[in-house]
Ligand binder design. Sequence first.
Ligand SMILES: NC(=O)c1ccc[n+]([C@@H]2O[C@H](COP(=O)([O-])OP(=O)(O)OC[C@H]3O[C@@H](n4cnc5c(N)ncnc54)[C@H](O)[C@@H]3O)[C@@H](O)[C@H]2O)c1
Length: 455
Amino acid sequence: MRAQIAVVGLGFIGLPLALALCERGERVVGVDVDERKVRELRAGVTHVMEPYRGESLESILRRHLSSGRFYVTTSLAEAAAQVDTFIVTVGLPVAGDAVDKAPLLACMRDLGALLSPGQLVLIRSTLVPGMMERDIIPRLASASGLVPGRDFHVAYAPERVAEGRAMEEFQTLDVIVAGLTEACTHRAMEVLARLTDGQLHPTSLRVAELSKVVENAQRDVNIALAHELKAVAEQHEVDVYELIRMANTHPRVRLLEPNIGVGGFCIPNAYAYLAASIPSEEHIPLFSLARQINLTAPHRAARQLDEALRRVGKPLVGARVAVLGLGMKDGSNDIRQSPAVHFVDILAERGAIVAAFDPTVEPYFPFQAPSLAACVADADAVAVATWQTAFDDVAWPDVLALARSPLVILDLKRRIAPRLAAAGWDVPAKDHLPYVAVSPRSAWSPHDATVEMAK
Ligand SMILES: NC(=O)c1ccc[n+]([C@@H]2O[C@H](COP(=O)([O-])OP(=O)(O)OC[C@H]3O[C@@H](n4cnc5c(N)ncnc54)[C@H](O)[C@@H]3O)[C@@H](O)[C@H]2O)c1
């Protein structure tokens, strides 16, 4: 069965995008340079967590492999011989503030060399604004020897889905689309309309590129604001989540909630993409400051844990800390630029003995414990970094009975402390601080009277 569409790059975005197209009845060939990934995908194995309508992505993958709707290869040539559309999702990594355009440009060179007249190249990666006209289209033109916009179509439609909701959002979100020519835009819109029921918004290439980066940068700024509100709420001894809930009852206020930081491939990279697209970063001090605030959020969490431990007479140096959740956000197993991993590194640098557990993250770091019990056993502190749904069903009072008493819990969103209180643990009631020192009721003794909400 010939595929109509090739999805180039089968990562966190490309794989669910390819499978969402299959769900809509398209025949898709997926291409990735990573041989191991292609071998695993062919065997029906993926670690990408994108459940859809109660089915895991792995099960959706297997369904479409066996129906023949989806085929996976490392060979771009094999794909190029059968499709009329290439959808590209190869990203631009960022190291420090430096953007690495090489993987995407290498892909454009290889793809250009295989292009045939009439084909469409639709880029969905997030770009440094200006790249379509400066880098991508010239690269496709020189490698193919064809005239873009005349001999082949080329367009940009930034991908806007959030990890964890991708399968649904591919099919429902509005999409911004820009072609090199009107005919290119039209052709791209025809393809996108087969994927999404959302509205398609045609615009210029530069606006499309900027809109994606600005959407992410705006979230970075809003999250930085939430982190500052947390500090203000603590000073006023009020619960920051209650404060945000109240402020959000105003119809024109939409504050986000603070977490342990910001991670993943999208939001943290937005500033670097934007800064690389203009002559001087001095023009965007707000974005730069937001980045700094969010980058230092795990440091602030580590300082608070240190403070809480000192309150119960335990220095952070030598303390055993169990970190729960390593994904870059709640419900994610993506560890790229994860603030939870950053938090572990900071604690270890400060002398703590750290073990971490995340049921969704494959063994990768030396500090990962094989089980929740092994992670928590004999801990002086437990820090919830990111929450996984499997944690919902844990009998926390039983598990945390394995830790030492008193136990400091850094529990920003109060997911564990209320369950301990309900089980009869002594949990001081103040809720303006992210941490609490707790003791099991059974272990309570006059000596434990010093154990109260650390401040
Ligand atoms: N992750 C998100 O939540 C998200 C959301 C919206 C947009 N995006 C954007 O989507 C793009 C992809 O992000 P991702 O998270 O899927 O990245 P990823 O790193 O998970 O996936 C990229 C894939 O491309 C492959 N690849 C690299 N060079 C290739 C080549 N020459 N030919 C074929 N395959 C190649 C890699 O092996 C990898 O599997 C990025 O531009 C990102 O900014 C990501």
